[in-house]
Structure formats: C-alpha cells, structure tokens
Design a protein around this ligand. Structure first.
Ligand SMILES: Nc1nc2c(ncn2[C@@H]2O[C@H](COP(=O)(O)OP(=O)(O)OP(=O)(O)O)[C@@H](O)[C@H]2O)c(=O)[nH]1
Ligand SMILES: [Mg+2]
Length: 190
C-alpha cells in the first residue's frame, strides 16, 4: 500500500512526465549543496528527499505528493561536476517549467546563510516578481554560526535581498515552524 502523501510521484524533464491533476505546486530552488533536500525532509518530517555529499547528481525535476499540493524539488543550479550537455538539457527543463507551468504558485529560494546571493539567486527573484508569484528566501545551516554571526548574516542577506528571510537549521529544526506557517498561509497543507 502506498502512503497518501509525502512521496515521490514523478521525476520529470518534460511536461508530459509531470503530474496532470492540477494541484498547486511550490518550487524549492537553490544552488547545489545549499540544503534543499535536508530542508524538504525537515519540513515534512520524512526522509523522502535524497541528501548527498555529491552535489548536483540528479538532474530531474522531482514532484513530491503533499496533501493538497506538490512540492517540487529543482536540483541545484551552479554545479560544476556535470557534463555541459546534461547541464544544458536540465537548465532548459527548469527554465521551461518556471516560465510556463500553470500550477506553479511560487518558490522557496534556498541558500546557505554564509553565502551571498549570486546572479542565479537574483534571476530567481526577478522571475518571481515578473510572474507575480510568491517567493520566500531561506538561509540554511544557521547551526554553523554563533548567535552573533547569525544576526549579522541575517541582516546582510536581508539588505541584499530587500526582503525578510527565513533563517533555519535542518539539523536542529530551528526556524522550520515559521517557514511552515508561511507555506500554510498559501493554503497548502503541511
Ligand atoms: N550543519 C548543517 N548542515 C546541513 C544543513 N542542511 C544541509 N546540510 C548539509 O549540507 C549538505 C548538502 O545538503 P542537501 O540537503 O543534500 O543539499 P541540496 O541543496 O539538496 O543539494 P543538491 O541536491 O546537490 O542540489 C549535506 O551534507 C547536508 O547534511 C543544516 O541545516 N545544517
Ligand atoms: Mg538535493
């Protein structure tokens, strides 16, 4: 018997491989190794997303069934260890998905709290603003910093993004409930 939700239903590269039941979708985006899979697992209290020390191994769009929506894991951009042909194919699939998927209501942009936003992060923000979609920026791995460093980095990132960010640790669980509340605020059950 398969579980009702919290499981992988599709790993897609083309629209025909994507779910067809028109549930809302929320995309989890971020650089490889930023902590996307760990965050997905912390949010859902599962191990449904694969956590690896081998960045950028998967180049497919993963759809996870949630109660009344799909959580969409877009494996990291900015990875170097993948042949260019694979990168191009995946890049096109992601771009096509972000630009034309009707079910998509927004994105969770995930980045290591210790890093600064780069062109890719700014591109994601511009995409969300242009399409008038929800966007939340999450700063991961706060457990790697002391309280003072956390405060400084949160301020620096908020300045850079001109947005409040969600500081979290998937390791300790800190900040996870606040992010959950934001997702619930979209009418998505989690
Ligand atoms: N200390 C700490 N380490 C974390 C945290 N989140 C993720 N990590 C570690 O960071 C590494 C990458 O985590 P993943 O969750 O696989 O990252 P990802 O963004 O899904 O990476 P790709 O799938 O390659 O794009 C792993 O070694 C995790 O254990 C966190 O909150 N704290
Ligand atoms: Mg991952």
């Amino acid at each position: 018997m398969s579980p009702k939700n919290n499981y992988l239903v599709a790993s897609a590269l083309t629209p025909v491989e994507m779910p067809t039941d028109h549930q809302s979708e929320l995309a989890f985006l971020g650089r490889s190794n930023a902590g996307k899979s760990s965050l997905i697992n912390a949010l859902t209290r599962t191990k449904m997303a694969h956590v690896s020390n081998n960045p950028g191994k998967t180049q497919r769009i993963h759809f996870y069934r949630m109660k009344n929506w799909y959580l969409v894991d877009l494996p990291g951009y900015g990875y170097a260890k993948v042949p260019k042909s694979v990168r191009d194919q995946f890049g096109q699939a992601v771009e096509g998905y972000l630009m034309s998927r009707q079910e998509l209501i927004g994105g969770i942009l995930i980045q290591d709290i210790r890093r600064d936003p780069q062109l890719e992060e700014r591109t994601v923000l511009r995409w969300a603003y242009e399409k008038n979609l929800f966007i939340a920026v999450v700063g991961t791995k706060i457990d790697r910093l002391n309280k003072h460093e956390q405060k400084m980095r949160i301020e620096e990132l908020q300045d850079a993004y001109k947005l409040d960010i969600y500081p979290i640790s998937s390791r300790t669980g800190e900040g996870i409930d606040k992010l959950k509340d934001a997702i619930k605020g979209l009418g998505l059950t989690i």
